[in-house]
Design a binder for this molecule. Sequence first.
Ligand code: IFM
Length: 449
Amino acid sequence: MPTAPMPQFPAGFRWGVSTSAYQIEGAADTDGRGPSSWDTFARTPGRIIDGSSGDVACDHYHRYAEDVALMAGLGVTAYRFSVAWPRVLPTGAGTVNASGLDFYDRLVDELLAHGIDPVATLFHWDLPQPLEDAGGWLNRDTAPRFAAYADLVAARLGDRVKLWITLNEPFIHMSLGHGMGVHAPGRTLLFDAFPVAHHQLLGHGLAVAALRARGSGPVGIANNYSPVRTVGGSRADAAAAATYEALHNRLFTDPLLGRGYPTELGFDTAAVRDGDLAVIAAPLDVLGVNYYHPTAVRAPEEDSPLPFDLVPLTGYPRTAFDWPVVPDGLRELLGWLHRSYGAELPPVQITESGCAYDDTPDADGRVHDPDRIAYLDGHLRAVRAAIDDGVDVTGYFVWSLLDNWEWAEGFTKRFGLVHVDYHTQRRTPKSSYAWLRDVIAAARREPPR
Ligand code: IFM
């Protein structure tokens, strides 16, 4: 257990938890929700490690009030959830499913009734299947459809949502979903997946314009970042690391912050039309940073299809996902963003930070997760250190409130502050929940700095 008192955070610092629709809602065929690319992918044999799907997940659709009560007990000031596009527009466009919008309306009101800011992500990977069938994010038409969907959701919730996040981790959606095929929709295009990057960013820019036209905001995007560690001392190793840096950390951020696409990746950019980059570079109110771990990179083997090799980063404790635990990586990353983008960098919120461990209830039904406490303690101190370094960080959201359905890993990875028994749907706050509750309570009591 960490013993040193947690340093203070600035006045108004946002304390939150994050989730996403397909990972917790369940109710996949309820009240008119349409199918998504993840329904299709999860129902395809061999795609998910334990053969499960998000059909039921945490049944949050029916248990949202209990889950909001858990958030209130934790003392968070914000909740980042995602809206399932196929719940609102079952075919992706056209006919609106009123029950779907009603669900998010109830959720938002429940949050506000408990003094919790609703932070709504508009796309967390669950594309309506009819849009996927029409090419998904490879198809430029998906971008304006996304903006129309954003407009529709804002028309209903815009008076109460405190921060919009357009896209969640477009890099992961491009690379794992369209490059490597381990996420939905399962395409294996490698570097030919670039149009997926561009059309997501175009959709983001058009959605920002739609939200602003409605007077709804503030608006941000949640990018996944990973500080790059070069393995090996050769020039080829350094070049591979620079390429990976451009791909993982700059491909989305450079155009968002007005710099256009990094040229060194050698992508075929035929998908980029005149005017697109200006749409994409619409000013952001917040940059969402999702951080889990650094990535170790070296030069590729001769027959590699990619211009880098990713290798295990050794010398650190590891989570159940086998990810290294490197809190300083978060400080390093925030410093890198600050130095690289200078005045172009908007205020940053850590929109995801968390870890998976094999948490099981003990004989008394309690769940002890000291490793998660150590993880959160280290990462919060890293954020505080970055603020001291001069980075404007205004919030921290733990991934995740609940144990939930972890994509290709199914139910095998538990990221929650709250344990979920997937047979009974019983929620049991873990010891990290009590620890974080005390940290947040102390922070909210402290005189502001
Ligand atoms: O569960 C995911 C989330 O959906 C996106 N960011 C990373 C998390 C952990 O893998």
